[in-house]
Design a protein around this ligand. Structure first.
Ligand code: GLN
Length: 303
């Protein structure tokens, strides 16, 4: 990991921060952190791995996991499983495809998932926070400043939600769905907490308590569902760079415009990286570079 830090140093600080969400425009671009948790529960971290950041779209995997618990396969009548090949916040396919988003890891799909959570849980944001806290054994919170900043500038996400509502693909009022969506994106946690929180996807669906050292094993999803969520992350988790990412890195991953990326190596572990400078598709430039370097040094891959 020290080697990865040294190798990516020239890329850290390049790219642009996500300034379309005003609160994220203020995040220092020169940060870089990496944390790895193995499936036996060992954790290692380097750089700024203990600095909390806005996980943004990475939260889409947690909300998908929760929505599948209530909806099961019925969810797939409202959202697809295909990569979009378009930017994460694009509206174009929605009109052609009658309000059914391509997949749950782009904004439109995550809005449908958020709609399910609003219907299925009396306090969906409390349910989500509790789940993520239980998976990460660490400080996780909603960043109100980031959430309100996004809500104040969420015209594009609101357009998607209204369009889907007009096609009958939202059960709740647009405002309730958008509020939930913007707050889920504002979840703040550090690389170590993220690596821990995603470990169930590397371990066939079970989470092992870490900080408590109690060795608690909790089943979060069954092995088949873990495989399927990983498949969606591989094909859709880095948006219109998913093909390139699979080619270069070769593991399921989910990125967010806060600069985080979490990668899953089934049977081996999870790798969480963070660096706020983004490339054109909204993926962290140094983060992608770090994962590329990490898998080539370790040989961790699904291929
Ligand atoms: N909150 C962001 C948005 O809706 C999430 C996008 C992302 O992280 N790619 O635009």
């Amino acid at each position: 990991m020290q080697q990865v830090c040294a190798d990516v140093a020239p890329v850290v600080g390049t790219g642009v921060v996500a300034d379309y969400i005003p609160a994220l425009a203020k995040v220092p671009i020169d940060r870089f952190g990496i944390a790895v948790q193995t499936t036996d529960g060992d954790m290692a971290c380097a750089g700024d791995a203990r600095e909390p950041f806005s996980i943004q779209s990475i939260a889409k995997v947690f909300t998908l996991t929760l929505a599948l618990e209530h909806r099961g396969d019925a969810l797939w009548s409202r959202v697809g499983k295909e990569p979009s090949g378009d930017p994460f916040n694009s509206l174009v396919q929605l009109e052609h495809e009658c309000g059914i988003p391509r997949n749950p890891l782009i904004n439109a799909g995550a809005l449908v998932v958020a709609d399910c959570l609003v219907s299925d849980h009396p306090r969906p944001l409390d349910t989500l926070l509790q789940r993520v806290r239980s998976l990460s054994d660490a400080g996780v919170h909603y960043d109100d400043t980031v959430a309100e900043s996004e809500l104040a500038t969420s015209d594009r996400n609101a357009s998607m939600a209204h369009l889907m509502k007009s096609f009958g693909n939202l059960e709740n009022p647009v405002k309730a769905v958008l509020d939930t969506y913007c707050y889920q994106c504002s979840l703040a946690m550090d690389c170590c907490a993220l690596a821990s929180a995603f470990s169930y996807l590397a371990s066939g669906g079970v989470h092992r308590g870490r900080a408590s050292n109690t060795g608690d094993v909790v089943r979060i999803v069954d092995p088949a569902r873990a495989r399927r969520i990983n498949a969606l992350m591989l094909t859709c988790g880095t948006y219109d760079r998913a093909g390139e990412f699979a080619y270069e890195v070769g593991v399921p991953a989910k990125s967010g415009v806060g600069g985080g990326i979490v990668a899953i190596v089934p049977g081996r572990g999870t790798v969480a990286v963070w660096s706020p400078g983004l490339g054109p598709s909204g993926n962290s430039l140094a983060g992608v570079e770090a994962l590329k370097r990490f898998v080539s040094l370790t040989g961790w891959s699904v291929f």
